[in-house]
Design a protein around this ligand. Sequence first.
Ligand code: SF4
Length: 321
Amino acid sequence: MIWLSEIILQQTRVDQGLPYYHRFVEKYPDVTSLANASLQDVLRLWQGLGYYSRARNMHRCAEIISEKHNGKLPETSAELIKLPGIGPYTAAAIASIAFDEQIPSVDGNVLRVISRLYGIEDDISLPETQKEIKKIALNLIPADNPGDFNQALMEFGALNCLPSRPACNDCPVNKNCDAFLQNTQHRIPVKRPSKKKRDRFFNYLVVTIRNKYILQKRKKKDIWHSLYEFPLIETKKPCPPDELHLPSCMTKKSFILKEISPEYKHVLSHQIIHAAFFTFEYLPDKKNESFPESGSLYSPEEIEALPRSILIDRYLREKII
Ligand code: SF4
């Protein structure tokens, strides 16, 4: 279960991740039950947490552990890191906490604490700076209870050595802290500004046929892979309805544009999605009743069971389910 909590907490706050942790433990109490679940069910349970590659990797990881490791997690960081979704930080956290391996797990909190303690003013987003900090952490970590050391250091960063207001006056190590002694704690750690987020414009086609909606599974290597959504046309800028290149089947008289939603904005770590939902009414054409889209038809009840992004879920809850 340490593995599950580490995966959930990779990009999520504890208060946000905790209910998901409980739901997963209840539904999939061991690795084998998770491996035997369908990816669709796992994604549905993960819905709302974001960074869906974590759920896909966790499911794949459970399958590998089940098939190749008799349902048991490998016990060393070197073996753990070979599994999908387990990077150096997670491998070290699991190996030190669950199996007492003497290896530091260096997250953003640890990078901040060590860079301040040692007065490191190099950019902490650079691999060479992180390597230097890991080396320092490796020298500090004890052989006894290395997991406790890792957790204490992360916790210290999260509660005391805060990014903007470190509690230096009450800090038990302030006499040994280079940043405190030099009064540089407010400019350390140094981090280059993150890149500007990319704007993307999603135009969703909401088509109802006999009280069912057309939805399709995202297949491209992109955000929200394997989640369900309405047929999508992506454009480089906001798209007026007359400039939308609809699929050829929809230019017929059978599909009448009824409504265009206001913009739904959804902010992700590296991109901002500007979505508009174009609602079409379908007027049955006796000669040609089929809708040759790549999606399938789903009733509102069936849609409930499908994994989907927060953006699509927001629209569905406001308008459909
Ligand atoms: Fe962090 Fe301040 Fe303590 Fe240094 S003295 S480790 S900057 S809380």
